[in-house]
Design a binder for this molecule. Structure first.
Ligand SMILES: Cc1cc2nc3c(=O)[nH]c(=O)nc-3n(C[C@H](O)[C@H](O)[C@H](O)COP(=O)(O)O)c2cc1C
Length: 170
C-alpha cells in the first residue's frame, strides 16, 4: 500500500470492537509519535496512555467522544518547553503535538487499528481529573482500538473541498 492509499483509507472510527490493543501495536503507535519532527527538536509533547479501567472510565465521564475505545491517548504538551517563534511570538507546542498525533494516527491505521482525533472535551476538567502538572496543556484525544465490524466512515469523510479551493500556486 502506498502512503497515499494508507492516508485515503483512514477514516474516523467512532465504534470499536471489544478486542484489546496488543502491547506491541501500542508501542509502535507511540514510537511513531516519538519520531515526529518538532520545532528545534524540543519534543514538548507529553502522551498519557489511558488504558486502565479507571482511567478509561474517567475520560468517558468527561467526553462522549472517547467512544467505547479500549485505549485513549491523551496528547498534551509542556507549553514552557515549546519553541517560541521570535517573528510572531507563536508557541510551537500545539503544532508539535499535532504532528505527533498525526503520525500516531497513521501508524495505527497501518496496523489495522482505528482512531478519531478528538478535541471535544473540557481541557480544565482533564487537567483536574488526571492531576496534570502545571504547564501541561491537553490538546487532543486519540481513542484507539480495532474498528467494530459494522463501523463505517461518516458521510463527512467523503466530503472534501476541491483542491483548487485549498491549494494555491503562486
Ligand atoms: C482538530 C480536530 C478535531 C476533531 N475533533 C473531533 C471530535 O471532538 N469529535 C469527533 O467525533 N471527531 C472529531 N474530529 C474528526 C473530524 O470530524 C473528521 O476528521 C472529519 O469529519 C473528516 O472525517 P474523517 O476523519 O472520517 O476523514 C476532529 C478532527 C480534527 C482534525
Amino acid at each position: 500500500m502506498t502512503f497515499l492509499e494508507l492516508a485515503r483509507a483512514r477514516y474516523s472510527v467512532r465504534k470499536f470492537a471489544e478486542t484489546p490493543v496488543e502491547e506491541e501495536k501500542l508501542q509502535a503507535v507511540l514510537q511513531a509519535g516519538a519520531c515526529a519532527p518538532t520545532a528545534k527538536n524540543l519534543q514538548p509533547q507529553r502522551i498519557y496512555v489511558l488504558q486502565s479501567e479507571a482511567a478509561v472510565a474517567r475520560i468517558r465521564g468527561i467526553t462522549r467522544c472517547a467512544f467505547n475505545a479500549p485505549v485513549v491517548l491523551l496528547i498534551c504538551g509542556d507549553v514552557n518547553e515549546g519553541w517560541v517563534n521570535p517573528f510572531n511570538n507563536r508557541n510551537s507546542t500545539e503544532m508539535d503535538c499535532s504532528i505527533v498525533t498525526t503520525q500516531m494516527m497513521l501508524q495505527a491505521q497501518e496496523l489495522g487499528l482505528g482512531t478519531t482525533w478528538v478535541c471535544w472535551f473540557d481541557t480544565e476538567a482533564v487537567k483536574k481529573v488526571f492531576g496534570l502538572p502545571v504547564g501541561i496543556e491537553p490538546f487532543a484525544l486519540l481513542p484507539l482500538g480495532y474498528p467494530a465490524a459494522d463501523c463505517a466512515p461518516s458521510p463527512m469523510h467523503a466530503n472534501r473541498k476541491p483542491q483548487e479551493e485549498t491549494v494555491k500556486y503562486l
